[in-house]
Design a protein around this ligand. Structure first.
Ligand code: GLN
Length: 253
């Protein structure tokens, strides 16, 4: 049976920072290169969300003002989103989207925004923004398991003791600014502060999401191997840039 992967892009016009839309491009292209039929649709404010309609759901980052614009609509979609997560739908939420997938986010101006609660975590904006290239390491990925990206957030996210982070920070500040852990994983839902866009430079992570989605959809999770020379060159370039940035920071201290 030919599986068609259905990808839902939550609020593409409002929640899209630093090329987050590139994550959708990476997911779509890696399906197309393998001959896996794929369909991408936007899910905008006011649209109904049927939990069974999606194999992968993605939400990008947004400034506080965008988060203030979408949170009410996201609350309307909270039930179906929790149902979809419970049922193993693959999810990726980046930065502002990641924060709204937790229990709550207190913005820089002090507004307490309720989240979906897929991730057992809370976020509070601090005065100082965290900005820079980042490298994390995740045991969920094959090989060295490094993930490269770019973080720019005021939010400090605290995971509950039971919540599982996506990885540990090699370079950068991570969830709470102290540089220990980054992101959160619950079942097939992944949250991270990393923009970049994230997936084009991290093909192993993209393929993990696709394999999980194929498996859940009843397809073959053993994905055809692609020639990822360019993707890994971009990954290595981002790693080197992050290392240079970290060294510069050390010298300034
Ligand atoms: N508004 C959030 C913060 O500053 C998210 C920003 C982002 O998505 N880059 O923490």
């Amino acid at each position: 049976m030919m599986i068609r992967l259905r990808i839902g892009h939550l609020y593409p016009d409002l929640m899209n920072l630093y090329g987050d839309r590139g994550n959708i491009v990476a997911l779509r292209r890696r399906c197309e290169w393998r001959g896996i039929p794929v369909q991408v649709e936007s899910i905008d404010p006011g649209d109904p969300l049927e939990p069974d309609d999606w194999d992968i759901l993605f939400m990008g980052g947004g400034q506080d003002s965008q988060q203030e614009m979408v949170w009410r609509d996201l609350q309307d979609k909270r039930g179906p989103l929790l149902e979809a997560a419970e049922d193993g739908a693959v999810m990726l939420a980046v930065c502002g989207g990641y924060q709204l997938f937790g229990h709550s986010y207190r913005t820089a101006s002090g507004q307490q925004i309720p989240g979906v609660g897929i991730f057992d975590m809370e976020t509070v904006a601090a005065e100082q923004r965290i900005v820079g290239d980042a490298v994390i390491q995740s045991s969920l990925l094959p090989g060295r398991g490094t993930i490269v990206g770019f973080e720019n957030h005021a939010g400090r996210t605290r995971l509950s003791d039971d919540a599982e982070p996506l990885g540990s920070v090699l370079i950068g500040r991570g969830n709470d600014g102290r540089g220990g852990m980054e992101g959160c994983v619950r079942g097939n839902a992944f949250g991270t502060y990393l923009h970049g866009p994230l997936l084009p430079k991290n093909p192993h992570l993209t393929d993990l999401l696709l394999a999980l989605a194929m498996d859940r959809a009843g397809g073959d999770p053993a994905l055809e191997v692609l020639d990822d020379e360019l993707e890994w060159a971009a990954h290595e370039a981002a790693r080197r840039r992050a290392r240079r940035g970290a060294r510069r920071l050390m010298r300034r201290r």
